[in-house]
Write a protein that binds this ligand. Structure first.
Ligand SMILES: Cc1cc2nc3c(=O)[nH]c(=O)nc-3n(C[C@H](O)[C@H](O)[C@H](O)COP(=O)(O)OP(=O)(O)OC[C@H]3O[C@@H](n4cnc5c(N)ncnc54)[C@H](O)[C@@H]3O)c2cc1C
Length: 388
């Protein structure tokens, strides 16, 4: 009988160490300074791309590292743990890179993957719509046939990174030729396509990545803008959404580690009553609890990534939702407790914690909200009646 393995392969341990070094070179000060100035973290993105970290999960023949989502998740976690949570890693290499490398044509792979892998190109992902919200069955962005190609119209909201992307992988719907029903379909839409417009949404998140509303007004697309088979879009969507959840979990885990690390060093140094404040159990116990919750969430994330990399797309649904939930919750708690541990300094810009308060809240809302994860677990894991 095989023993379960709770250690990561040597290559991933080495990858984590190398990425952590890169993250340290930039650090949260750089990240926050760029974000506050309305700038991007282009230097870090480019260096991570050059070093092969951004495309570690993509096939080698298209410039990737030939490894899995577990490795990409390790990259994001380590960068976030160094104070540089690169949100676009969740969409460009994880969702778009995965979907195109698994379901794209040879042409599409050659066109998009090398740039996504080396960081010179970026593709973002658009599913959320203003009226449909969490109910993605209700999306109305619709593709109609136009000769050999397509005409796409609709609206999307809260789409990250459109201003820095070459293209958007848009989830739309098209008519099933046999039944006449609308079914999901994925399209690559260049951000400079006529009829494609985007407008920034002002957000209270200190982050280099911005969010946008998209307006697709009869956007004409060539036949090869459709990614994957017309009849398998749901499977293709899941193939991209589970990596998104695993990466969402890693984003949160990294920030939780960063915050916990800051809290622990401050609790060891700061003295108010003679001894370090970490002596007081009122501060030490919450930090110890966070450490436990963090390790649990990390273990679940690794399990989900491992299942996904073993080819179990549907089985990894449950296992990807749970760590997304657990990691978001522990990250919120970790940043809150780190702020508390620092007293007034917790909200002073110099200490680099206030910047993360809204960033971790994002993990409870996106890519799928806490309540929708609980709905999923209630219905699918526990067999409770569907509530909506
Ligand atoms: C910073 C940021 C970046 C984002 N980036 C992207 C992106 O790049 N691409 C993209 O496509 N989307 C993106 N999103 C959108 C994100 O995925 C959605 O905001 C999220 O899925 C929730 O949808 P909603 O905002 O419409 O909330 P709603 O669906 O309106 O939900 C509002 C509240 O109601 C709850 N609720 C809804 N239905 C139920 C139910 N049946 N049972 C219980 N509670 C329910 C929700 O959990 C939530 O608390 C981003 C969002 C943010 C904030």
């Amino acid at each position: 009988m095989n023993a379960m393995n709770f250690t990561e392969p040597e290559e991933r341990v080495a990858l984590r160490a190398a990425v952590a070094e890169l993250g340290k070179k930039y650090g949260h000060e750089y990240y926050a300074k760029q974000a506050r100035a309305g700038l991007k973290t282009d230097e870090l993105w480019a260096e991570a791309g050059r070093l092969g970290y951004l495309g570690v999960n993509l096939p080698e023949e298209y410039g990737g590292g030939g490894a899995g989502i577990a490795d990409l998740a390790a990259v994001l976690e380590e960068l976030a743990a160094a104070g540089c949570p690169l949100l676009l890693m969740v969409v460009s290499p994880a969702i778009c890179g995965t979907v195109i490398s698994r379901f794209g044509t040879e042409e599409q792979k050659k066109r998009w993957l090398p740039g996504i892998a080396d960081g010179s190109g970026r593709m973002v992902f658009a599913i959320t719509e203003p009226d449909a919200g969490s109910n993605s069955h209700k999306i109305t962005t619709t593709a109609k046939r136009d000769g050999d190609g397509w005409v796409l119209s609709g609206r999307k909201v809260f789409i990250s990174g459109v201003d820095e992307a070459d293209a958007v992988l848009v989830v739309g719907r098209m008519e099933d030729a046999k039944t006449g029903k609308l079914k999901p379909a994925l399209f690559t839409v260049p951000t400079d396509a006529p009829g494609f417009e985007y407008k920034q949404i002002e957000m209270d998140i200190i982050s280099p990545e911005k969010q946008f509303g998209l307006f697709l007004d009869d956007v004409h697309l060539p036949a090869d803008a459709l990614v994957g088979e017309e009849d398998a879009a749901i499977a293709q969507l899941f193939a991209g959404l589970n990596p998104e959840r695993i990466m969402g979990a890693s984003f949160s885990l990294g920030i939780a580690r960063y915050a916990l690390g800051k809290a622990v060093s401050y609790a060891n140094e700061r003295k108010v009553w003679g001894a370090p404040i970490g002596t007081h159990q009122g501060l030490a116990h919450p930090l110890a609890e966070i450490k436990i919750e963090l390790e649990l969430a990390k273990l679940m994330t690794q399990k989900a990534a491992s299942l996904y990399d073993s080819g179990d797309d549907f089985g990894s649904g449950e296992s990807a939702n749970m760590p997304k939930y657990a990691a978001a919750e522990v990250a919120i708690r970790a940043v809150d407790q780190a702020v508390q541990t620092h007293g007034g300094n917790g909200l002073a810009s110099e200490y680099g914690l206030g910047t993360l308060v809204t960033a971790v809240r994002l993990g409870r809302i996106a890519p799928v909200s806490r309540e929708m994860v609980l709905n999923f677990v209630g219905q699918h894991s526990l067999g409770l009646p569907r509530s909506y």
